[in-house]
Ligand binder design. Structure first.
Ligand code: PDD
Length: 301
């Protein structure tokens, strides 16, 4: 058992360490260039949710940036579960947040990926912190920002890389405007996604989200929601959307592994629909939770 085996535990290349001993070289390419990929996963009832889907996406991200993963899916899965166990959050009545990072490693300083000697794997396991209850009850505001989502021909948004400057600058613009999350457009002015979330709207009872070819990260939560919509007979489609579709929607929400379905009740200072959390959103929140095996208990946990 780890000395500080409570709350936060970090696994580096298969070694479990307390946070103060978990270090990576400053020559690591993840630090120097954002030359890394990652996943964020959470547990329900102590078990990582949709782990397979996250590991499939990790493999996809690795392929898109030509990074050879050090472990197969089985090993990643075992290491993640061991790290979660060591952090012992469920014993303390909490769920766990897991961040899995694979960097290309280090070598001679230089851009050429061939300089990297061996990839490094980091798994951070710590207590899950969700947005406040207030955010779920009142909904949040998003801003349609001027920072565009990077084009698939530049850095494909389908790869979840450690290079998040594009999203970071979009979020900064949104926060400077008093909004909780940014919504980024592509070069043609179409909606893509949030800085760390996917975007959905509801119009006339139907659910719509931009398709994967809109240049987005295919969210694991997004995929589960499209299935949850079928569970409760809500028609769902993947269509290109414009900012006005969002502004004129009846309801809207953003999604991510940590936030699940977070209602959006204002866009650029104006209310969405009636400016309240809508009935379709509520129905989907419950249907999503059914799929996690941990039904809603009013605390978002
Ligand atoms: N980010 N789009 C982007 C750009 C994201 O960074 C994320 C998630 C999502 C939603 O994906 P998922 O449903 O698989 O979590 C969409 C993670 C949560 C993060 O950076 O914290």
């Amino acid at each position: 058992m780890l000395r500080s085996a409570m709350g936060t535990v970090i696994n580096i290349d298969g070694r479990l360490l307390p946070p103060e001993e978990a270090t990576i070289s400053v020559l690591d390419r993840g630090f120097l260039y954002g030359d890394s990929i990652y996943e964020v996963i959470r547990t329900y009832g102590g078990r990582p949710f949709e782990l397979d889907a996250h590991l499939d996406r990790l493999e996809g991200s690795a392929g898109l940036i030509a990074l050879t993963l050090p472990w197969d899916k089985k090993r990643f899965s075992e290491e993640i579960q061991e790290t979660i166990r060591a952090s012992a959050n469920i014993e303390a009545g909490r769920e766990t947040y897991v961040r899995l990072v694979v960097t290309r490693g280090s070598g001679e300083i230089g851009l050429d990926p061939a300089l990297a000697v061996k990839p490094r794997t980091v798994i951070i396991s710590r207590p899950l912190v969700m947005p406040s209850k207030e955010c779920y009850e009142s909904g949040v505001e998003v801003a349609v920002v001027s920072v565009q989502r990077v084009a698939p021909e530049a850095i494909n948004p389908a790869a979840k890389t450690g290079n998040y400057l594009n999203n970071l600058l979009a979020l900064k613009e949104a926060r400077d405007r008093g909004a909780y999350e940014a919504v980024m457009l592509d070069g043609k002015g179409r909606l893509t996604e949030g800085s760390t979330s996917n975007v959905f709207i509801v119009k006339d009872g139907k659910l719509v989200t931009p398709p994967t070819d809109a240049g987005i990260l295919e969210g694991v939560t997004r995929r589960v929601i499209l299935l949850a919509a079928q569970d409760v007979d809500i028609a769902a489609s993947q269509l290109h959307l414009e900012p006005d579709d969002l502004r004129e929607a009846d309801e809207a929400f953003i999604t991510s592994s940590i936030r699940e379905i977070l209602p959006v009740t204002r866009v650029d200072g104006e209310p969405v629909g009636e400016g309240r959390v809508g009935s379709v959103t509520k129905k989907l929140q419950a249907a999503f939770r059914e799929r996690t095996g941990v039904p809603v208990d009013g605390e978002g946990f």
